[in-house]
Structure formats: C-alpha cells, structure tokens
Design a binder for this molecule. Structure first.
Ligand code: URA
Length: 195
C-alpha cells in the first residue's frame, strides 16, 4: 500500500472499508477468490474473533466461519453465552480464500494486514481471540507454537489478546477441545475483570 492509500484507510468507516476490501487486488489471492470475506458481527463488539482465512464455503458465501468449523465456533461462543449477533465480531487474517485452504503466505498476510488493523481500530474490542496458529503468529508477530502462546493474556496495541485452537483443528483432534474450553474460561474471566 502506498502512504496515500493507508492514509485514506485511516479515514474510512467499516462500510467503506468493506467496499475497499471487496475491490482489493493487492495480492494474488484476489485472482482466485469468488467473494471477499470481510467479517461480520456487531460493529461495537467487545469480543473480536480472528481466524486464518476463508475456506470453500466462506468463499462461496462471503461470510466467515459458515462451514463445519463455523458450527464448532458457534458452540464455542454459546459456551461463554455469546452469539454472533451480539457483542461479537468475527473476521480473518486474510480476506480472500487461499487455494486449497493452504496457509496464507507472509506476503498475502502483510498485504491484507491494514484491513484488520483498521477493523480493530474501528471496532475497539475489549478482547481479541486469535483462533489458531496463523492468527496468533500474525497478530503477535512471532513464530511461537500455540501451546506456548495459550493460557495467558498477550498485548495487541493495548488490547488484551488470548490464543486458542482453531475450530477446524479441534474437529480433527477432539482431545484438545477441553483445552480450548479452558481458554474460553480464561477469556471470560479476563473480560469480567475489564467490565
Ligand atoms: N476457517 C477460518 O480460519 N476462517 C473462516 O472464515 C472459516 C474457516
């Protein structure tokens, strides 16, 4: 992004930003996507969930977490008495589907980063939940493992951030579900301490 483009983005509201994402051609993922997936939820959400990137169903619909992993995410939300519509916003590190659901490259994540940065600046969540390794490593600018990042509050530009397993991983490895539920309890207690 040129300096001018990022200055422009600093002035945008969420609707304008969504439109900008929809027209983005900053990386090669724009060539293979069907729809951009901006994210959905409450514009004044206190909880921000960040996944990795759209999968096949998300690319088809333009909505985040609508496939199998999304169903599990809904269960995770309801375990802490939340729902998609209220107090929650859900988005991803990259807004376009990586082919065959591969991880986004560092370049793709970097090109997409100003959108997430602006989303966070506008939504001003009280707590950010990074879902999985790609989200955690990109948000925290590190290459640590999930297991070393779980279980504590990190700092994202002044906002507490916690890391948990990606729901798609949990579907493949059910034993770690208990740990994810523990992470959600931690998230809940951090949120309580803030309000
Ligand atoms: N996995 C993700 O990381 N994000 C989605 O939106 C869907 C599946």
């Amino acid at each position: 992004k040129t300096l001018e483009q990022s200055k422009e983005m600093d002035q945008m509201n969420l609707d304008q930003l969504k439109l900008t994402v929809a027209h983005c051609t900053a990386c090669p993922l724009s060539l293979t996507r069907t729809h951009t997936v901006f994210g959905t939820g409450d514009k004044n959400a206190t909880w921000l969930f960040v996944g990795e990137g759209p999968g096949a169903r998300e690319d088809e619909t333009g909505e985040p977490f609508v496939g199998q992993a999304g169903k599990l995410l809904d269960q995770m939300l309801s375990a802490i008495k939340l729902s998609r519509e209220h107090q929650v916003f859900i988005t991803n590190i990259v807004k376009c589907r990586p082919p065959n659901n591969r991880n986004p490259t560092a370049y793709e994540a970097k090109q997409c980063e100003p959108f997430l940065t602006r989303q966070i600046a506008l939504i001003k969540p009280k707590l950010i939940i990074a879902l999985g390794k790609v989200a955690a490593q990109n948000l925290l600018k590190c290459d640590s493992s999930i297991s070393s990042l779980r279980g504590k509050a990190h700092d994202y530009s002044g906002t507490p951030l916690i890391v948990t397993y990606h729901p798609a991983y949990l579907l493949r490895f059910l034993p770690d579900k208990a740990k994810a539920w523990k992470d959600l309890c931690l998230a809940q207690s951090i949120m309580k301490s803030l309000t």
